[in-house]
Design a protein around this ligand. Structure first.
Ligand code: ADP
Length: 529
């Protein structure tokens, strides 16, 4: 017997439609690329997004066609997202931090027909158009865009298609092989929105003011472009200026209450605050993910600024949020110091995401908080395959996707990433978590960034090498750094050598680029080996 409730396909156009009817005057504020602050509202964004839809229809864009965007977080980018998705076309976000040749490769692979581009990236794109034959039109997000949409009607039928319709396309950074396209559906984005809105995940309300530093061009912007309008939260978009001083100015002037970014952004903000002696008067919570959150960030925000850190884990293939830092009610009643070890973990999978850990043969491992294995995920927010079927069947017999991460899960359901499968250091047949060692090293007060890689060793196959970038003006020694680790990790996990470096390379998405570090130290030999 079927239930007797109304069918109502979960398509994301309804989200902005809802914001425009019930929160029409709620602001969307942007630091424009030209500099000045631009203020608009959900009502206006909705009307202009419909103009974008009409423009696309005039250009001959049909449901299922891919339309690219190469842009920072701005109100125009938001209008373009919804304008594309509303008519059943696929919004393909391109990452401007990738190499131009890689961007071209991705445009070709996706067969984008139209691309909306921020002015600073336009030249790069236009100079390579001969290598992107599918692209019929490039719209620059300045007066070009304004002129094109100006005469378009503000009315356009949105939705009316199946909720499984493709909605967004986002390529993984391709740390292994060619980039692969993750194709979100309206339904997956809608359910991911509901998931993110849970108070234990990111949790926005209508009274929140949300600043996603997390770019709209990477990993679905952690769903914020959907979850903020879904509840009528004010949206503050930072444009291209993501340094500590610029972010602080926006956080304060707009009264931001919740913000999301990768750890390196928060390190920059904390550094600025500490140096400038500045304060945070409205910020309540920051969501941190994309890489393991160092203790120094959780402590810094808590101890000095009274801001709570919500640790998130996920990946492009999981929409991307898949777990959120969980502190049990019992632990919440305990002193902060006792909560810290749990806050450093990546947390619990909410409804819509199931996790398991297995050995290399796919056998489930115990969830005892100690045994680590391959982390696998299943649910309506998780990829079932890649765009055009590349990489073939990516699910195991139980329908789980292998995340490429290595993790433990404890009896309370709290997951902790111990490494990426390819970064794990294999010493004498046992695994050392590079992440755990580098987090501890980075928590030394003199350290700004730390990275640990495996280097060849004649007896143990691999041993850990620690690279440390110190805070400006600091000096330190091998003994001081290793002394900081002593007693906190197993003795055999202690790095064999410490190198103080001027810089630690970050990848296109602001994470420590282990691949580049491994390449740079490919010929490195440990002293005495
Ligand atoms: P890529 O960096 O390959 O483009 P994503 O941007 O999708 O891929 O990043 C996903 C990966 O980032 C995860 O598989 C995981 O290794 C890492 N990651 C994300 N969040 C965390 C976290 N909180 N702690 C540790 N690692 C994380």
């Amino acid at each position: 017997m079927l239930g007797m409730m109304q069918p109502w396909p979960l398509t994301v156009d309804r989200i902005l439609g809802h914001a425009a009817t019930r929160h029409a005057r709620r602001e969307v504020v942007t630091r424009s690329l030209e500099g000045p602050i631009v203020r608009t509202s959900y009502g206006e964004v909705h009307a202009r997004a419909k103009q974008v839809s009409n423009l696309l229809l005039d250009m001959g864009v049909r449901p299922g066609d891919r339309v690219g965007t190469l842009a920072w977080n701005t109100w125009r980018h938001l209008e373009v997202w919804y304008g594309i998705m509303g008519i059943g076309a696929v919004c393909h976000t391109l990452n401007p931090r990738l190499h131009p040749d890689q961007i071209c490769w991705i445009i070709n692979d996706a067969s984008d027909r139209v691309i909306f581009v921020d002015e600073p990236f336009a030249e790069l794109l236009l100079s390579r158009m001969d290598r992107a034959p599918s692209v019929e039109r490039v719209v620059v997000l300045n007066h070009d865009y304004e002129n094109l949409i100006a005469d378009q009607p503000e009315d356009c039928a949105w939705g009316g298609f199946d909720e499984e319709t493709a909605c967004g396309l986002c390529y993984t950074s391709g740390t292994t092989g060619d980039p692969k396209g993750v194709l979100y559906s309206h339904r997956s984005n809608f359910l991911h929105t509901l998931m993110c809105l849970q108070p234990d995940v990111i949790g926005f309300s209508a009274s929140d003011v949300v600043l996603p530093v997390t770019p709209m061009y990477h990993a679905n912007a952690w769903g914020v472009a959907f979850s903020a309008p879904a509840v009528g939260a004010k949206l503050v978009l930072p444009g291209a200026r993501l340094d500590g001083a610029s972010l602080h100015e926006l956080l304060e002037s707009e009264g931001v209450t919740v913000s999301c970014a990768v750890p390196t952004v928060w390190t920059g903000l904390l550094q600025y605050l500490d140096q400038a002696g500045a304060t945070l008067t409205t910020l309540k919570r920051v969501a941190i993910g994309g890489a393991a959150c160092p203790e120094a960030i959780i402590r810094g925000f808590h101890d000095r600024y009274g801001v709570e850190v919500r640790h998130l884990w996920g990946m492009t293939e999981t929409s991307p949020v898949a777990t959120a830092g969980a502190v049990s009610p019992e632990l919440l009643a305990r002193p902060f110091e006792e909560q810290l070890p749990v806050r450093l973990k990546q947390g619990r999978a909410p409804l819509f995401c199931e996790l398991k850990i297995t050995d290399d043969e796919g056998r489930r491992l115990p969830e005892d908080g100690r045994t680590f294995g391959r982390l696998k995920a299943r649910g309506p927010i998780v990829s079932a395959g890649y765009f055009k079927g590349v990489a073939g069947d990516i699910l195991d017999e139980e329908g789980f996707f292998d995340t490429g991460d290595v993790a433990t899960i404890d009896p309370d359901g709290v997951m902790q990433i111990t490494d990426r499968a390819k970064d794990v250091i294999k010493s004498g047949g046992e695994w050392i978590s590079s992440v755990e060692v580098e987090n501890l090293a980075a928590s030394h007060p003199k350290a700004l960034l730390a990275a640990v890689i495996g280097v060849p060793h004649p007896k143990w196959d691999e041993r850990p090498l620690l690279l440390v970038k110190l805070r400006p003006g600091e000096t330190s020694s091998r003994e001081e750094m290793l002394g900081h680790l002593e007693g906190r990790i197993a003795k055999w996990w202690t790095p064999d050598e410490v190198l103080f470096v001027d810089d630690i390379p970050l990848g296109a998405t602001g994470k420590i680029d282990k691949k580049a570090i491994r390449a740079a130290y490919a010929d490195y030999r440990l002293p005495g080996t």
